[in-house]
Design a protein around this ligand. Structure first.
Ligand SMILES: Nc1ncnc2c1ncn2[C@@H]1O[C@H](COP(=O)(O)OP(=O)(O)OP(=O)(O)O)[C@@H](O)[C@H]1O
Length: 582
């Protein structure tokens, strides 16, 4: 019940739907228990007493009862669903908000497919219990309770004999819950794995096809699919084992009723009508008790789902947005790293070791070094995507953890190596970070990013829809859209993370030209593998295995006899082009 308690804030505010629905459930249940009583009167007072004048009254009474029951049933069903749907709307919303707040560290370990299945299947599982299961549980308990009272009213000894098997039934139902709960948890987990596999396959289809790994992926999927099938079969077998057993126990009660009740009627201690009514009443106890298995099953599913939802809701938000963080004035763009060390995970080697540097406002810094040297890590610390393990990062002289997080990030623009484009129009993609801009501003940004020409060649220009992940555009075109996007944000600090890697030399030069203008008055970090991309930087920092091994201007480093010169020599083939651009 702990899980339900923890999730209470989502469903309890809507308790009015639930309570009203419950009221109508009670009416329906009460009418259900009246049926056997009407039957008893019909047999004892009408048929045996041969008083047929009562029949029209009984019939009319019966019809009225059925009408009330119909209306009550509609209302309880509708309000119950309303309760479930409304609660889950808020739950889904909270989960989504949480996902937006969770840090990159969380996503490094999360799997998209699994998250998707939590946000859909698990939320639905929880809803089902709220909308139907919870109410059903109360209905069943109430039906059993009133049936027992009526049974005791008719005959205490017969009620006691019939009830004798009930404790056994309760034990079996409890045992069933104990087995079925872990089974449902593994079903959910296995479905999460399956979804992850599907999602990764669709996202990585290029890689799979180019490496001809289709058969390998099919066999991996088959293994996961098989696991999912196995856990489902296991659950079905638990169900299949317990259900007949519960039915058998229920039938024992019927047999006891038949033998002892029959004897009571023969001995004239009980009327025939009462015995017939007893049969229906016992069904109202045994049936719901077995049905309790189904409800317990739903409850277990909801509990397992709730657990997985709480995992997300309670996940630690390790990047904390300070209360009243600096947010008033525009960030100017002076960046300082003071003895910064970064470890992504506790057991990993540091990705950055004791990094210190200071970049005055508006300057251009080039970051170069082998892959994995730590270039991107430096820029990800500035935006607080990750926190330094040691040391501090300052912007405009203030520790970045004292800034309002949104304010900080709004002033830092990224053009990434693999920009993500949404499946919407080009126009909206460019304006993604600044939705209030006019079409004119979008076009100006696109022109400056050298994107206008190719956009205008597309069938619907700026209104052209992009496929999922911006399919339908070349790497260079995607990058230019992303440059235009960064331009519109008008950041104080611009990060170009291998931004021109996907474009040909000619386009690179034209983008470089545009970027040069864009970089004015902004502190710019250029991460590049090609020297041609950062040779104009005011300072170039050469990184190796998380450490700064060299720093200076292009000209200083060129004759330094260090790693930069070696990189330059390796890229000798490009030398002519680089010289040409000087
Ligand atoms: N999210 C992460 N979780 C764990 N380790 C990471 C993560 N991101 C980067 N690393 C590790 O940190 C080190 C530095 O990575 P970083 O991406 O900063 O290098 P880089 O110089 O930008 O490389 P590239 O040129 O390939 O982009 C690498 O060893 C990398 O494996």
């Amino acid at each position: 019940m702990d899980i339900f308690k923890k999730l209470k804030e989502f469903y309890w505010p809507h308790k009015r739907y639930f309570i009203t629905s419950l009221f109508f459930v009670l009416i329906v249940t009460a009418i259900t228990v009246i049926y056997p009583m009407v039957l008893q009167i019909t047999i004892d007072e009408v048929i045996i007493a041969e008083d047929y004048a009562l029949i029209p009254y009984l019939a009319i009474g019966f019809i009225l009862l059925m009408m009330v029951k119909g209306i009550a049933n509609f209302t309880q069903q509708y309000l119950g669903d309303l309760f479930g749907v409304t609660s889950v709307y808020h739950l889904r919303d909270a989960l989504y908000r949480k996902l937006q707040r969770l840090s990159f560290t969380y996503y490094d370990n999360a799997r998209t497919g699994d998250l998707m299945s939590r946000l859909t299947m698990d939320v639905e599982g929880f809803k089902f219990f709220l909308a139907a299961g919870f109410k059903e549980l109360i209905r069943v308990v109430f039906l059993m309770g009133t049936s027992i009272i009526v049974m005791f009213y008719y005959s205490i000894p017969l009620a006691l004999v019939t009830m004798a098997v009930m404790p056994l039934l309760i034990i079996v139902v409890k045992q069933f819950d104990k087995e079925v709960h872990p089974a449902f948890r593994s079903i959910r987990k296995s479905l999460g794995n399956l979804n992850t596999r599907i999602q990764e396959n669709v996202s990585g289809m290029n890689t799979i096809k180019s490496l001809s790994k289709e058969d390998f992926e099919i066999s991996r999927f088959t293994v996961d699919n098989q696991k999912y099938q196995d856990v489902n079969i296991k659950t079905a077998s638990i169900w299949a084992r317990y259900f007949p057993f519960m039915e058998f126990i229920g039938n024992l009660a019927m047999i006891a009723l038949l033998i002892f009740g029959g004897w009571l009627v023969i001995d004239e201690q009980m009327s025939l009508g009462e015995l017939v009514a007893f049969f229906s009443l016992v069904n109202y106890i045994v049936g719901p008790l077995m049905h309790l298995g189904f409800i317990v099953n739903q409850f277990s599913q909801a509990k397992a789902s709730g657990e997985r939802l709480l995992d997300i809701l309670e996940a630690e938000e390790d990047i904390v947005d300070p209360n009243n963080g600096h947010a008033s004035s525009r960030i100017k763009g002076e960046v300082e790293f003071d003895d910064v060390t970064l470890k992504y995970t506790e057991h990993d080697d540091p990705a950055l070791k004791h990094i210190s540097f200071k970049v005055p406002q508006g300057k251009i810094i080039g970051l170069i070094g082998a892959t994995g040297a730590g270039k991107s890590s430096i820029t990800q610390l500035m935006t607080r995507f990750y926190e330094p393990s040691e040391g501090h990062v300052f912007i405009d002289g203030k520790d970045i953890s004292s800034y309002d997080l949104k304010h900080l990030r709004q002033h830092i623009g990224f053009v990434l190596q693999e920009p993500f484009l949404f499946s919407t129009t080009i126009k909206e993609n460019i304006a993604y970070g600044s939705p209030d801009v006019s079409l004119e501003e979008i076009v100006t940004a696109a022109k400056r990013a050298q994107a206008h020409e190719f956009i205008m060649e597309m069938p619907k220009g700026y209104d052209t829809m992009l496929g999922e992940r911006g399919m339908g555009l070349s790497g260079g075109q995607r990058q230019r859209i992303s440059i235009a996007r960064a331009l519109l944000i008008d950041p104080s600090i611009l990060v170009l993370d291998d931004a021109t890697s996907a474009v040909d030399m000619e386009t690179e030069f034209s983008i470089q030209k545009a970027l040069k203008e864009v970089m004015q008055d902004r502190t710019t970090f250029i991460i590049a593998h090609r020297i041609s991309s950062l040779k104009h930087a005011d300072e170039i920092i050469v990184l190796d295995e998380g450490e700064i091994v060299e720093r200076g201007t292009h000209d200083q480093l060129l004759d330094n006899g260090g790693p930069y010169q070696r990189i330059y020599d390796i890229q000798y083939q490009d030398k002519e082009a680089i010289m040409g651009a000087r």
